[in-house]
Design a protein around this ligand. Sequence first.
Ligand code: TYD
Length: 202
Amino acid sequence: MNSGSLIIFEGLDGSGKSTQAKRLVAALRERGCDVVETREPTDGEYGRRIRAMASSGEKVSPETELEWFFADRREHVQRLIKPALAKGQIVVSDRYFLSTVAYQGARGLDSRKILEMSEAEFPIPDLVLLLEIDVAAGLDRVTERGAKREEVFEEASFLSQVAQEFAQIERPYLVRINAARTPDAVFDDVRQTVCEKLKLAI
Ligand code: TYD
């Protein structure tokens, strides 16, 4: 059976995930790989609901948040991720279930249980690149790019909790990358990690 690869970028807001994801997608395509670029929250029904909630500043309960992220991911997996993997494509996603482990864990939910439920339900990634950066540096980058801060998810004290949750995750598919460097330096590590772990020559 043809089975593709699932590569995920994770990290705090402002860690440079989207930039690195784009660069990896470009490098893979240059090598002739068939790549699907995607992200979570998605633009589906639940993803739109999550974004509307985040930009309005109105919080919902942690349980509801968890339910919405799972519902969004369920749709994402069924509609895009599973079919792409079955066709042998490489899926590169900006966020996936470790975001729920870290962010909803930081909301006070049981992060170990979220991880367990996620791995039981969703395809296990081949590689997760966790881009590590200080909370303050990440927030500076978010502010610099002129983005409207999403108060619900981007408050410093909350993000420190998220960082602690990310720091506790140990998984064979998880590789940590120091993201407090230039995009070129970070990408050198991304490229090397992808080459080593997935045996892809890029
Ligand atoms: P983000 O990647 O910032 O999306 P965008 O920049 O396109 O709006 O995601 C929005 C927020 O959602 C981000 O602060 C992290 C949060 N989030 C969770 O809390 N749990 C999750 O499972 C995911 C995927 C994201």
